[in-house]
Design a protein around this ligand. Sequence first.
Ligand code: RIB
Ligand code: CA
Length: 313
Amino acid sequence: MRIIVDADPGIDDALALYYLRAQADTEIVAIGTVHGNVPVHQATANALRLVERLGIDVPVAMGAAKPLAQPLRTAEDVHGHDGLGGHAGAEPKTARSHESAAEQLVNLARRNPGELGLLAIGPLTNVALALQIEPRLPELLGDVVVMGGALNVPGNITSQAEANFWHDPEAADLVLAAGFENLTIVGLDVTMASHAPQEWLDALPQDCYPRRILGFYADFYGSFLGKKGFVPHDPLAAAILVEPGLATYQEDRFAIELTGRYTRGKIVADQRFLAPDSPFGRDIAPERTKVRYATTADHATFLDQLRCAVTQP
Ligand code: RIB
Ligand code: CA
């Protein structure tokens, strides 16, 4: 499987790259960066640092610096001032590519119709912009997995909304309305249940880089959850893209709340049972394509896979 990654590295974004690198039949063909955990310039420098560290020779294209319709907000309290737990390290030696992340996504999809997967593990601003450039993008991409949403569980960045969708609700809603038939959403419903305990961290070699960057992230999750360890949101999304059998799904039409005082950024679905001849219409437009939402995942298998991936030299 050949994959484009759109990310806001970001500590768990980094783990997703480690995970993908370790999969024998998977190749990262390009990385796009986006505002989110940190400003996009920092996310881009981190992506360049990570491809150098992981020995992955792929282009890194810088994407959107801010959301479509709200001010920029970032999350250094979760990922550290440098986005990698204070361990970003020296400036990267490699230069980013000349095109934007949205242009890179469109150009690769046009050149490889139906062949490339997309893993979107940051706010969806670049994917929304790519859809403006190329409305046929849903037909030109292969499998798409988005890390985002909190359907039947609480949010993380607000009581209702998950961070990636909250950072750019308009972009997320555009993507959900675009007609992707091969889209899978991996939300907090499954990622929070994949919590990696402190013992998982303690079993990592002392000197491995993922253990170093996870320190800050685990401290945040220790205070956020009241239990040590961390939540591997983005690597679980990567794992589900590569191995869909790791999860189970519900199919539905989804939208993002854009106007709620308390609910802006929340993913919504009309989950009512309505008889076929019911006089009630659905809240969400029937024109929207049904997509898959991950409801359960094989956390033990995933966490074992992730441990192997992050300890590979
Ligand atoms: O809510 C978790 C998501 O927000 C992850 O992608 C994490 O990296 C942050 O971007
Ligand atoms: Ca991310």
